[in-house]
Design a protein around this ligand. Sequence first.
Ligand code: PLP
Length: 397
Amino acid sequence: MPDSLMTTYTRLPVTFDRGAGAWLWDSAGKKYLDAVSGVAVCGLGHAHPAVTKAICEQAGKLVHTSNLYGIANQQALGDRLTQLSGMDKVFFSNSGAEANEAAIKLARLHGHNKGIAIPTIVVAEKSFHGRTLATLTATGNPKYAEGVGPLPDGFDQVPFGDLKAVAAAIRPETAAIMIEPIQGEGGIRLVPASFLRELRALCDKHGLLLVFDEIQSGVGRTGKLFAYEWSGVSPDVMTVAKGIGGGFPMGACLATADAAKGMTTGIHGTTFGGNPLAMAVGKAVIDIVSDEAFLARVRDAGIYMKQRLASVADSHSGTVAEVRGEGLLVVLRCVVPAADVVAALRDHGMLAAAASDNVVRLLPPLIVTNAEIDEAVARLDAALTTIEQAAPVAKAG
Ligand SMILES: *Cc1c(COP(=O)(O)O)cnc(C)c1O
Protein backbone atom coordinates (compact mmCIF):
# COMPACT_ATOMS: atom_id res chain seq x y z
CA MET A 1 0.00 0.00 0.00
CA PRO A 2 1.43 3.44 -0.87
CA ASP A 3 2.32 5.61 2.11
CA SER A 4 -0.23 8.39 2.53
CA LEU A 5 2.17 10.72 4.35
CA MET A 6 4.20 13.27 2.42
CA THR A 7 7.85 12.33 2.54
CA THR A 8 8.97 15.44 4.40
CA TYR A 9 10.69 13.54 7.20
CA THR A 10 13.34 10.86 7.49
CA ARG A 11 11.54 8.83 10.12
CA LEU A 12 13.44 6.43 12.33
CA PRO A 13 12.07 2.88 12.44
CA VAL A 14 10.36 3.19 15.80
CA THR A 15 6.85 4.22 16.91
CA PHE A 16 5.94 5.10 20.47
CA ASP A 17 2.63 4.50 22.10
CA ARG A 18 3.03 5.67 25.64
CA GLY A 19 5.27 7.62 27.95
CA ALA A 20 5.78 8.44 31.62
CA GLY A 21 8.26 11.02 32.90
CA ALA A 22 11.58 10.59 31.10
CA TRP A 23 10.58 7.24 29.59
CA LEU A 24 8.85 6.10 26.39
CA TRP A 25 7.60 2.69 25.32
CA ASP A 26 7.50 1.68 21.65
CA SER A 27 4.77 -0.35 19.99
CA ALA A 28 6.72 -3.56 20.70
CA GLY A 29 6.92 -2.72 24.41
CA LYS A 30 10.62 -1.75 24.44
CA LYS A 31 11.44 0.99 26.96
CA TYR A 32 13.59 4.04 26.08
CA LEU A 33 15.15 6.79 28.13
CA ASP A 34 14.06 9.95 26.34
CA ALA A 35 16.83 12.54 25.88
CA VAL A 36 14.98 14.28 23.05
CA SER A 37 11.78 15.35 24.84
CA GLY A 38 9.97 15.82 21.54
CA VAL A 39 12.79 18.22 20.54
CA ALA A 40 12.93 20.38 23.68
CA VAL A 41 9.15 20.36 24.00
CA CYS A 42 8.15 17.97 26.80
CA GLY A 43 10.01 19.72 29.61
CA LEU A 44 7.79 18.11 32.23
CA GLY A 45 8.31 14.70 30.63
CA HIS A 46 5.52 12.54 29.34
CA ALA A 47 2.08 12.30 30.87
CA HIS A 48 2.88 14.80 33.63
CA PRO A 49 -0.19 14.83 35.91
CA ALA A 50 -0.45 18.66 35.89
CA VAL A 51 -0.45 18.77 32.07
CA THR A 52 -2.92 15.89 31.79
CA LYS A 53 -5.19 17.51 34.36
CA ALA A 54 -5.10 20.90 32.63
CA ILE A 55 -5.96 19.31 29.27
CA CYS A 56 -8.75 17.14 30.62
CA GLU A 57 -10.37 19.76 32.83
CA GLN A 58 -10.27 22.50 30.20
CA ALA A 59 -11.37 20.16 27.38
CA GLY A 60 -14.41 19.27 29.44
CA LYS A 61 -15.27 22.94 29.84
CA LEU A 62 -14.33 24.85 26.68
CA VAL A 63 -11.78 24.25 23.91
CA HIS A 64 -12.16 27.13 21.50
CA THR A 65 -14.16 30.31 21.04
CA SER A 66 -11.86 32.49 18.83
CA ASN A 67 -10.21 35.81 19.45
CA LEU A 68 -13.49 37.59 18.73
CA TYR A 69 -14.15 37.27 22.45
CA GLY A 70 -12.36 37.62 25.74
CA ILE A 71 -10.42 34.52 26.82
CA ALA A 72 -9.78 34.44 30.57
CA ASN A 73 -6.96 31.88 30.37
CA GLN A 74 -5.20 33.93 27.67
CA GLN A 75 -5.37 37.05 29.82
CA ALA A 76 -4.08 35.12 32.84
CA LEU A 77 -1.16 33.49 31.00
CA GLY A 78 -0.37 36.77 29.24
CA ASP A 79 -0.21 38.58 32.59
CA ARG A 80 1.99 35.85 34.04
CA LEU A 81 4.42 35.70 31.11
CA THR A 82 4.83 39.45 30.84
CA GLN A 83 5.45 39.65 34.57
CA LEU A 84 8.02 36.84 34.45
CA SER A 85 9.85 38.16 31.39
CA GLY A 86 9.77 41.89 32.08
CA MET A 87 7.97 42.36 28.76
CA ASP A 88 4.69 44.29 28.54
CA LYS A 89 2.73 42.70 25.72
CA VAL A 90 2.16 39.25 24.28
CA PHE A 91 0.64 37.71 21.15
CA PHE A 92 -0.14 33.97 21.31
CA SER A 93 0.44 31.68 18.34
CA ASN A 94 0.29 27.93 17.71
CA SER A 95 3.95 27.34 16.92
CA GLY A 96 7.45 28.75 16.99
CA ALA A 97 7.51 29.85 13.37
CA GLU A 98 4.27 31.75 13.88
CA ALA A 99 5.67 33.46 16.98
CA ASN A 100 8.66 34.52 14.88
CA GLU A 101 6.39 35.73 12.06
CA ALA A 102 4.78 38.03 14.62
CA ALA A 103 8.22 39.20 15.74
CA ILE A 104 9.27 39.86 12.13
CA LYS A 105 6.10 41.86 11.56
CA LEU A 106 6.80 43.84 14.74
CA ALA A 107 10.33 44.58 13.53
CA ARG A 108 9.07 45.74 10.13
CA LEU A 109 6.34 47.87 11.73
CA HIS A 110 9.02 49.42 13.93
CA GLY A 111 11.07 50.16 10.81
CA HIS A 112 8.16 51.69 8.95
CA ASN A 113 7.33 53.84 11.98
CA LYS A 114 10.87 55.17 11.78
CA GLY A 115 10.31 56.06 8.12
CA ILE A 116 12.25 53.16 6.61
CA ALA A 117 10.64 52.15 3.30
CA ILE A 118 12.06 48.62 3.14
CA PRO A 119 13.12 47.59 6.64
CA THR A 120 15.64 44.79 7.04
CA ILE A 121 16.58 42.50 9.90
CA VAL A 122 20.09 41.32 10.73
CA VAL A 123 20.10 37.56 11.41
CA ALA A 124 22.80 34.96 12.05
CA GLU A 125 24.29 32.21 9.96
CA LYS A 126 23.49 28.67 11.19
CA SER A 127 20.41 30.04 12.97
CA PHE A 128 17.02 28.37 12.88
CA HIS A 129 13.82 30.38 13.06
CA GLY A 130 11.23 28.11 11.44
CA ARG A 131 9.88 26.83 8.14
CA THR A 132 7.40 29.45 6.97
CA LEU A 133 8.73 31.49 4.06
CA ALA A 134 9.81 34.48 6.14
CA THR A 135 11.27 32.43 8.98
CA LEU A 136 13.18 30.12 6.66
CA THR A 137 14.63 33.17 4.95
CA ALA A 138 15.72 34.44 8.36
CA THR A 139 17.16 30.98 9.05
CA GLY A 140 20.89 30.79 8.36
CA ASN A 141 20.89 27.43 6.66
CA PRO A 142 20.36 27.61 2.88
CA LYS A 143 19.35 23.94 2.70
CA TYR A 144 15.88 24.75 4.08
CA ALA A 145 15.24 27.23 1.26
CA GLU A 146 16.24 24.95 -1.61
CA GLY A 147 13.65 24.89 -4.36
CA VAL A 148 10.97 26.91 -2.56
CA GLY A 149 11.85 30.41 -3.77
CA PRO A 150 11.08 33.19 -4.40
CA LEU A 151 11.91 34.15 -0.85
CA PRO A 152 10.86 37.38 0.86
CA ASP A 153 13.42 40.18 1.05
CA GLY A 154 14.61 41.91 4.13
CA PHE A 155 17.19 39.75 5.93
CA ASP A 156 20.96 40.26 6.20
CA GLN A 157 22.95 37.23 7.35
CA VAL A 158 26.09 37.61 9.46
CA PRO A 159 28.28 34.99 11.17
CA PHE A 160 26.94 34.08 14.65
CA GLY A 161 28.85 35.76 17.43
CA ASP A 162 30.77 38.12 15.14
CA LEU A 163 30.23 41.61 16.53
CA LYS A 164 32.23 43.36 13.81
CA ALA A 165 30.11 41.68 11.14
CA VAL A 166 26.91 42.74 12.92
CA ALA A 167 28.11 46.33 13.18
CA ALA A 168 29.13 46.32 9.51
CA ALA A 169 25.74 44.92 8.45
CA ILE A 170 23.79 47.74 10.12
CA ARG A 171 22.60 50.21 7.49
CA PRO A 172 19.93 52.90 7.33
CA GLU A 173 17.31 50.26 6.43
CA THR A 174 18.06 48.06 9.45
CA ALA A 175 15.13 47.77 11.86
CA ALA A 176 16.15 44.90 14.12
CA ILE A 177 18.65 42.24 15.07
CA MET A 178 17.11 38.80 15.51
CA ILE A 179 19.12 36.06 17.16
CA GLU A 180 18.93 32.90 19.26
CA PRO A 181 20.82 33.60 22.52
CA ILE A 182 21.96 29.97 22.17
CA GLN A 183 21.68 28.45 18.70
CA GLY A 184 19.64 25.24 18.90
CA GLU A 185 19.30 23.46 15.55
CA GLY A 186 22.68 24.92 14.55
CA GLY A 187 24.29 22.61 17.14
CA ILE A 188 23.88 24.30 20.56
CA ARG A 189 26.30 27.08 19.78
CA LEU A 190 26.93 29.51 22.62
CA VAL A 191 28.08 33.10 22.54
CA PRO A 192 29.68 34.99 25.44
CA ALA A 193 27.35 37.22 27.48
CA SER A 194 29.49 40.15 26.36
CA PHE A 195 28.38 39.56 22.76
CA LEU A 196 24.70 39.87 23.74
CA ARG A 197 25.52 43.00 25.75
CA GLU A 198 27.26 44.49 22.71
CA LEU A 199 24.23 43.67 20.55
CA ARG A 200 22.06 45.48 23.09
CA ALA A 201 24.36 48.50 22.88
CA LEU A 202 24.27 48.48 19.07
CA CYS A 203 20.47 48.30 19.10
CA ASP A 204 20.26 51.19 21.56
CA LYS A 205 22.69 53.26 19.53
CA HIS A 206 20.86 52.75 16.22
CA GLY A 207 17.28 52.52 17.50
CA LEU A 208 16.90 48.86 16.48
CA LEU A 209 14.79 46.19 18.11
CA LEU A 210 16.71 43.36 19.71
CA VAL A 211 14.73 40.17 19.07
CA PHE A 212 15.64 36.99 20.94
CA ASP A 213 14.33 33.71 19.59
CA GLU A 214 14.03 31.64 22.79
CA ILE A 215 11.89 28.97 21.19
CA GLN A 216 14.41 26.25 22.01
CA SER A 217 16.42 27.87 24.81
CA GLY A 218 13.49 29.25 26.82
CA VAL A 219 11.04 27.88 29.38
CA GLY A 220 13.63 26.51 31.78
CA ARG A 221 15.75 24.51 29.31
CA THR A 222 19.02 26.19 30.36
CA GLY A 223 18.17 26.38 34.06
CA LYS A 224 16.85 29.95 33.82
CA LEU A 225 13.30 30.62 32.72
CA PHE A 226 14.78 32.33 29.63
CA ALA A 227 18.34 31.80 28.43
CA TYR A 228 19.01 35.52 28.02
CA GLU A 229 18.84 35.87 31.82
CA TRP A 230 22.34 34.33 31.94
CA SER A 231 23.63 37.46 30.17
CA GLY A 232 21.56 40.04 32.01
CA VAL A 233 20.57 41.51 28.63
CA SER A 234 16.88 42.18 28.02
CA PRO A 235 15.52 42.02 24.50
CA ASP A 236 12.78 44.25 23.06
CA VAL A 237 11.02 41.26 21.58
CA MET A 238 11.21 37.61 22.57
CA THR A 239 9.62 34.50 21.09
CA VAL A 240 8.90 31.26 22.91
CA ALA A 241 7.19 28.04 21.85
CA LYS A 242 8.43 24.42 22.14
CA GLY A 243 8.57 23.93 25.92
CA ILE A 244 5.78 26.30 26.85
CA GLY A 245 2.97 23.89 25.99
CA GLY A 246 4.62 20.79 27.46
CA GLY A 247 3.70 19.04 24.18
CA PHE A 248 0.56 20.99 23.42
CA PRO A 249 1.17 23.20 20.34
CA MET A 250 1.51 26.84 21.25
CA GLY A 251 3.88 29.79 21.01
CA ALA A 252 4.12 33.41 22.04
CA CYS A 253 5.71 36.64 20.86
CA LEU A 254 6.45 38.94 23.79
CA ALA A 255 7.48 42.58 23.45
CA THR A 256 8.01 45.77 25.37
CA ALA A 257 5.17 48.30 25.11
CA ASP A 258 7.33 50.41 22.82
CA ALA A 259 8.24 47.53 20.48
CA ALA A 260 4.61 46.41 20.37
CA LYS A 261 3.35 49.87 19.39
CA GLY A 262 2.93 48.88 15.76
CA MET A 263 0.61 46.00 16.59
CA THR A 264 -2.59 47.95 16.15
CA THR A 265 -6.05 46.45 15.74
CA GLY A 266 -6.37 44.31 12.63
CA ILE A 267 -2.68 44.18 11.76
CA HIS A 268 -2.17 40.58 12.82
CA GLY A 269 -4.30 37.63 13.85
CA THR A 270 -4.77 33.90 14.21
CA THR A 271 -7.78 31.62 14.44
CA PHE A 272 -6.42 29.12 16.94
CA GLY A 273 -3.70 31.05 18.78
CA GLY A 274 -4.37 31.63 22.46
CA ASN A 275 -7.38 29.35 22.67
CA PRO A 276 -8.69 28.37 26.11
CA LEU A 277 -7.24 24.84 25.95
CA ALA A 278 -3.73 25.84 24.89
CA MET A 279 -3.69 28.61 27.48
CA ALA A 280 -4.78 26.26 30.27
CA VAL A 281 -1.87 23.95 29.45
CA GLY A 282 0.59 26.85 29.14
CA LYS A 283 -0.48 28.11 32.54
CA ALA A 284 0.04 24.69 34.11
CA VAL A 285 3.52 24.39 32.58
CA ILE A 286 4.63 27.92 33.48
CA ASP A 287 3.38 27.55 37.06
CA ILE A 288 5.74 24.62 37.56
CA VAL A 289 8.73 25.70 35.47
CA SER A 290 8.90 29.30 36.71
CA ASP A 291 9.34 28.14 40.31
CA GLU A 292 12.85 29.10 41.44
CA ALA A 293 13.43 25.75 43.18
CA PHE A 294 12.47 23.92 39.98
CA LEU A 295 14.90 26.03 37.95
CA ALA A 296 17.66 25.50 40.52
CA ARG A 297 17.14 21.76 40.19
CA VAL A 298 17.44 22.05 36.36
CA ARG A 299 20.75 23.88 36.82
CA ASP A 300 22.02 21.17 39.19
CA ALA A 301 20.89 18.41 36.83
CA GLY A 302 22.63 20.20 33.95
CA ILE A 303 25.90 20.51 35.88
CA TYR A 304 25.70 16.87 36.95
CA MET A 305 24.94 15.68 33.42
CA LYS A 306 27.78 17.68 31.90
CA GLN A 307 30.24 16.34 34.50
CA ARG A 308 29.19 12.76 33.85
CA LEU A 309 29.25 13.28 30.07
CA ALA A 310 32.73 14.81 30.26
CA SER A 311 34.07 11.65 31.87
CA VAL A 312 32.40 9.47 29.21
CA ALA A 313 33.86 11.76 26.52
CA ASP A 314 37.28 11.29 28.16
CA SER A 315 37.10 7.53 27.95
CA HIS A 316 35.87 7.75 24.33
CA SER A 317 38.12 10.57 23.19
CA GLY A 318 38.50 8.95 19.76
CA THR A 319 34.75 9.31 19.17
CA VAL A 320 33.61 12.32 21.21
CA ALA A 321 35.48 15.59 20.73
CA GLU A 322 33.56 17.95 22.99
CA VAL A 323 30.69 18.28 25.45
CA ARG A 324 29.03 21.68 25.55
CA GLY A 325 25.76 23.32 26.47
CA GLU A 326 23.85 25.09 29.21
CA GLY A 327 21.48 23.44 31.68
CA LEU A 328 19.74 20.52 30.00
CA LEU A 329 20.50 21.78 26.50
CA VAL A 330 23.65 19.77 25.92
CA VAL A 331 25.48 18.31 22.94
CA LEU A 332 28.27 15.92 22.20
CA ARG A 333 30.39 16.93 19.24
CA CYS A 334 31.48 13.64 17.73
CA VAL A 335 34.09 12.64 15.19
CA VAL A 336 31.70 10.04 13.78
CA PRO A 337 28.37 10.85 12.09
CA ALA A 338 25.74 11.94 14.62
CA ALA A 339 23.24 9.59 12.96
CA ASP A 340 25.45 6.59 13.87
CA VAL A 341 25.52 7.61 17.53
CA VAL A 342 21.77 8.24 17.56
CA ALA A 343 21.16 4.79 16.04
CA ALA A 344 23.51 3.03 18.48
CA LEU A 345 21.84 4.83 21.39
CA ARG A 346 18.44 3.69 20.15
CA ASP A 347 19.65 0.09 20.14
CA HIS A 348 20.66 0.64 23.76
CA GLY A 349 17.22 2.02 24.67
CA MET A 350 17.96 5.72 24.63
CA LEU A 351 16.75 8.54 22.40
CA ALA A 352 18.95 11.45 21.32
CA ALA A 353 18.70 13.74 18.29
CA ALA A 354 21.26 14.91 15.77
CA ALA A 355 21.64 18.71 15.58
CA SER A 356 24.05 18.86 12.65
CA ASP A 357 26.20 16.27 10.88
CA ASN A 358 28.35 15.38 13.86
CA VAL A 359 26.54 16.92 16.81
CA VAL A 360 24.30 14.79 19.05
CA ARG A 361 21.81 16.68 21.19
CA LEU A 362 20.82 15.49 24.65
CA LEU A 363 17.66 17.23 25.81
CA PRO A 364 16.19 15.17 28.64
CA PRO A 365 12.99 16.43 30.26
CA LEU A 366 13.61 19.10 32.89
CA ILE A 367 12.30 16.69 35.54
CA VAL A 368 15.08 14.16 34.90
CA THR A 369 16.58 12.67 38.07
CA ASN A 370 20.29 12.09 38.76
CA ALA A 371 19.60 8.34 38.69
CA GLU A 372 18.16 8.74 35.18
CA ILE A 373 21.18 10.81 34.15
CA ASP A 374 23.41 7.97 35.43
CA GLU A 375 21.35 5.56 33.37
CA ALA A 376 21.65 7.78 30.27
CA VAL A 377 25.41 8.02 30.72
CA ALA A 378 25.72 4.24 31.09
CA ARG A 379 23.73 3.71 27.90
CA LEU A 380 25.81 6.31 26.07
CA ASP A 381 29.00 4.61 27.24
CA ALA A 382 27.72 1.26 25.94
CA ALA A 383 26.57 2.76 22.62
CA LEU A 384 29.93 4.45 22.02
CA THR A 385 31.73 1.20 22.82
CA THR A 386 29.58 -0.60 20.23
CA ILE A 387 30.45 2.01 17.60
CA GLU A 388 34.18 1.82 18.40
CA GLN A 389 34.17 -1.98 18.22
CA ALA A 390 32.38 -1.94 14.86
CA ALA A 391 34.81 0.56 13.31
CA PRO A 392 37.96 0.87 15.39
CA VAL A 393 39.12 4.47 15.48
CA ALA A 394 42.44 4.91 13.71
CA LYS A 395 45.15 5.68 16.25
CA ALA A 396 47.61 8.40 15.39
CA GLY A 397 50.96 7.04 14.22
C1 PLP B 1 11.97 24.86 16.69
C2 PLP B 1 12.39 26.25 16.52
C3 PLP B 1 11.64 27.18 15.76
C4 PLP B 1 10.41 26.77 14.98
O1 PLP B 1 9.37 26.34 15.78
P1 PLP B 1 8.15 25.52 15.12
O2 PLP B 1 7.22 25.31 16.25
O3 PLP B 1 8.71 24.27 14.55
O4 PLP B 1 7.58 26.39 14.05
C5 PLP B 1 12.07 28.48 15.72
N1 PLP B 1 13.18 28.88 16.37
C6 PLP B 1 13.93 28.03 17.10
C7 PLP B 1 15.12 28.54 17.82
C8 PLP B 1 13.57 26.69 17.19
O5 PLP B 1 14.34 25.84 17.89
